[in-house]
Design a binder for this molecule. Structure first.
Ligand SMILES: NC(=O)c1ccc[n+]([C@@H]2O[C@H](COP(=O)([O-])OP(=O)(O)OC[C@H]3O[C@@H](n4cnc5c(N)ncnc54)[C@H](OP(=O)(O)O)[C@@H]3O)[C@@H](O)[C@H]2O)c1
Length: 331
């Protein structure tokens, strides 16, 4: 517990015109934290797309300001009124409403319901867990959905869209580690080499993809990790092989698409929605266990580290679509 009861955080406030401004504050008091059984001293957080939306006033993510974003945190338990965790236990917090309408991980302290935390698994350091963060957890859910639902194990490539983003880069590394050939799609020509180093066998730009009004196209992918959503999902469904699985988790390119039923009824293609926030505790611990063990990947080459004062710049990059990889926030 800080002797002065004060802590530092990145606080976003809304001005009278409705514009949001994020700033580093060093004068916040523990009794300003929201209610919850579990008080955690945060060691690191990480930046995700949702944090950029929360930091800039997107009402679909955060309605009440002032607000502390940060949908990820790792740290040690200071106190737990539920009795679930002992003081000093290392824990990870992701999902639920953390960092959305509940103050999040861009702060030296967080207070949350105890059920939102999972033990930091042996095999992952705090920094490694935040190199993954919600992006890595989501990538693992998508890979898990493809591996468990894809019916024919045709061994065809898995396609990953928005390839230089956090979810996508972790997905590429995971799939490569698991022996799945990966095709990556990025708008950033300059990132080709980096994506190949990460494990992509083929790197394409969106312009290289076939366009056609036909309801079905040549079967190309046994699975898809789609992180961008929008109209392109129709193409992904049309080109997925029989029995394949298209996972959808993001919407940087849009939140609607149109499609025919043919990929579903003539090829048995499945569309699997990925919702990392609402995973039950058992599955949360299973996925983190995989990420700490047989699915462990070295993400250091695609990660950078910043302090609270670097968050505004990172938010701008994410919203401009120029951010690459994962950024850990050290508290
Ligand atoms: N469902 C869930 O539980 C869940 C969990 C985590 C994240 N998400 C969502 O998944 C998506 C990816 O998250 P992230 O943290 O990986 O984000 P990120 O690091 O910002 O990456 C997004 C990537 O999408 C591509 N992109 C950005 N703007 C685009 C646009 N206007 N049109 C087409 N492509 C665009 C870019 O890749 P290229 O430049 O390489 O093409 C970018 O690197 C976000 O929408 C996020 O909200 C969902």
């Amino acid at each position: 517990m800080p002797a002065t009861n004060r802590f530092s955080a990145y606080l976003v406030s809304k001005d009278e015109k409705g514009a949001c401004h994020g700033e580093v504050r060093t004068d916040l008091a523990l009794d300003q934290l929201p209610a919850g059984e579990l008080l955690i001293r945060v060691e690191c957080s990480s930046i995700n797309y949702k944090d950029a939306l929360s930091a800039t006033g997107n009402p679909g993510v955060t309605k009440q300001y002032p607000h502390i974003p940060g949908i990820d945190a790792v740290g040690t338990v200071e106190a737990d009124q539920s009795g679930r965790f002992r003081p000093g236990a290392p824990v990870i917090v992701t999902g639920y409403r953390f960092g959305m309408d509940h103050w999040g991980g861009f702060a030296q302290y967080v207070r949350i319901p105890a059920e939102w935390a999972v033990p930091l698994p042996a095999g992952l350091s705090p920094v490694e867990s935040m190199r993954l963060g919600t992006a890595g957890f989501t990538a693992a859910l998508a890979v898990d959905a493809i591996l468990t639902r894809e019916r024919h194990r045709a061994g065809g490539p898995v396609l990953v869209t928005g390839a230089t983003g956090g979810v996508a880069m972790v997905a590429i590394a995971l799939l490569a580690k698991l022996g799945c050939p990966v095709t990556a799609i990025t708008r950033k020509e300059a990132a080709r080499g980096r994506l190949r180093q990460l494990g992509a066998q083929e790197v394409l730009t969106p312009e290289q993809l076939e366009t056609s009004d036909k309801p079905l196209l040549k079967e190309r992918w046994s699975g898809v990790v789609d992180t961008i959503g929008g109209a392109g999902l129709e193409y992904l469904l049309k080109t997925t092989a029989a029995g394949g699985v298209v996972t959808t988790c993001g919407m940087a390119a849009g939140n609607t698409f149109s499609a025919s039923v043919f990929p579903f009824i003539l090829r048995g293609v499945s569309l699997a929605g990925i919702d990392s926030a609402a995973q039950p505790a058992g599955n949360r611990e299973r996925i983190w266990g995989l990420l700490a063990g047989e699915w462990k990947v070295d993400l250091e080459p695609i990660c950078s580290e910043i302090g609270l004062d670097g968050i505004n710049g990172c938010v701008r990059e994410i919203l401009a679509g120029t951010h690459v990889g994962r950024t850990v926030v050290k508290l």
